[in-house]
Design a binder for this molecule. Structure first.
Ligand SMILES: Nc1nc2c(c(=O)[nH]1)N[C@H]1C(S)=C(S)[C@@H](COP(=O)(O)OP(=O)(O)OC[C@H]3O[C@@H](n4cnc5c(N)ncnc54)[C@H](O)[C@@H]3O)O[C@H]1N2
Ligand code: MOO
Length: 401
């Protein structure tokens, strides 16, 4: 049977996936969340004409010719306005952020004023009308759109929302991704490791990748190669309301590769198994009620490359985040062999050269080797059936970010 092309696999995984419903979060906890609907200003900023400088609120007409003497009749500070009116020949001491008093139409900065005796000042230079005054609503006005739906919230956007008077924000729920590792050979880092055992690493890597895309993680731990135990763990994920279940390992064809059967036993409808991709051929995908199930291969590189290509966009879409693979053109610094029928994702390091990006593939591409994946910042994407490529040839690279 022909293997499913990668792009079609992604389409099938994303088919019908919609952003999760919204929830309210306190603004102090909104960092990294996605705005579920557009936000409008609940107030006007600044709410009054405000001074942008420390100095004196004056009438421009009084300082047209300088030096000019003025009577200081009071003070307007941020949080404590002056309630009177500035008349001809008068000034009010004013500080940055304070309301400009009635009658004044400009700000004389204190560097351009000389203090005299008896609460008088001398304006040393003329000031044009409106100088150093922030008009009410300069930043935004009540009811004005501030932030659009789908906006990823960070420092500036959270600051804006707070200034707009929002104590809580409507954000898209974070997808819950359950992660289930399978294999009798696996132990956790730091646990005693028998002679035939290895340390389970995939769950940590996948968890990190999913979290970076906005997911919450439900860690189901390591389940032994026992179909019944795997099925029970799958049902735990569903009952916990996981939006996505990621299984790790046991996806291939060996007699001990029990995950597919265990998923079917749990009631999953299988959409596909095996795709035209290297690494990651035994990838499987299906649905169990509302939960999407991604069965990732056990080899650490296969598992993480598949997660980059399929789990990230799935989690992003559920969480209403924009996701666009960062594909670029580069020049090969070493030759590559002709490709077979699978799309190949070749670990590589990509660096800027004088004429654009230069891609250097790692010579050994075994899908168990995390050292090369950790050293890679990109994958060279080679189409099925691609001819051998010489040094200097153009290639497509997927930056891992
Ligand atoms: N006869 C065939 N054999 C294999 C085929 C095939 O088509 N025919 N496909 C190969 C490919 S490609 C891959 S990829 C692997 C994937 O196999 P599984 O998904 O069944 O993975 P396992 O056999 O369970 O494990 C493979 C390897 O990865 C280690 N592993 C598993 N889980 C973890 C984990 N959580 N952390 C770290 N390492 C893990 C496991 O110990 C094995 O060494 O199948 C090929 N075989
Ligand atoms: O697809 Mo497997 O991932 O070649 O090692």
């Amino acid at each position: 049977m022909a293997l499913l092309p990668v792009d079609e696999a992604l389409e099938r995984i994303l088919d019908g996936v919609k952003p999760l419903p919204e929830e309210a979060v306190r603004i102090a906890e909104a960092d990294g969340r996605v705005l579920a609907r557009a936000l409008t200003a609940a107030r006007t900023q600044p709410p009054f004409d405000a001074s942008a400088m420390d100095g004196y609120a004056v009438r421009a007409a009084d300082v047209e010719t300088t030096p000019a003497e003025l009577d200081v009749i009071g003070e307007s500070a941020a949080g404590n306005r002056f309630h009177g009116k500035v008349g001809p020949g008068q000034a009010v001491r004013i500080f940055t952020g304070a309301p400009v008093p009635e009658g004044a139409d400009t700000i004389l900065i204190q560097e351009n004023a000389q203090s005299l005796a008896d609460g008088r000042i001398e304006a040393l230079h003329p000031v044009e009308k409106g100088r150093h005054i922030r008009r009410a609503g300069l930043d935004f006005r009540l009811g004005q759109p501030m932030l659009e739906e789908g906006r990823l919230l960070g420092a500036a956007t959270i600051g804006l929302a707070a200034a707009g008077g929002h104590p809580t924000l409507p954000v898209t729920q974070r997808p819950l991704v359950a992660v289930l590792a399978t294999g009798d050979e696996l132990v956790l880092p730091g646990e005693p490791c028998g002679p035939d055992q290895i340390v389970a690493s995939n769950g940590f890597a996948i968890g990190a990748l999913a979290r970076a895309e906005g997911a919450r993680i439900l860690d189901l731990g390591i389940i032994p190669d026992d179909a019944g135990a795997i099925t029970a763990a799958v049902l735990r994920a569903r009952d916990a309301g996981a939006h996505v279940l990621v299984t790790l390992g046991g996806a291939s064809v060996g007699a001990r590769d029990l995950v597919r059967q265990a998923l079917l036993d749990a009631g999953m409808s299988l959409d596909f198994w095996k795709i035209a991709m290297r690494p990651g051929k035994p990838l499987m995908f299906g649905r169990l009620d509302e939960m999407r199930v991604l069965g990732l291969p056990g080899n650490p590189v296969s598992s993480l490359v598949c997660a980059h290509l399929f789990l990230r966009p799935l989690v992003a879409r559920l969480g209403q985040r924009a996701f666009t693979p960062d594909l670029r053109s580069a020049v090969l610094s070493a030759p590559l062999r002709a490709n077979d029928e699978r799309r190949d994702y070749v670990r590589a390091s990509v660096a800027a050269g004088p004429d654009g990006l230069i891609a250097t593939p790692f010579p050994v591409q075994d899908s168990s080797m995390l050292t090369t994946l950790a050293a890679s910042n990109a994958l060279i994407v080679r189409e099925p059936g691609a001819a051998a490529a010489e040094t200097g040839a153009r290639c497509r690279v997927l930056l891992l970010g």
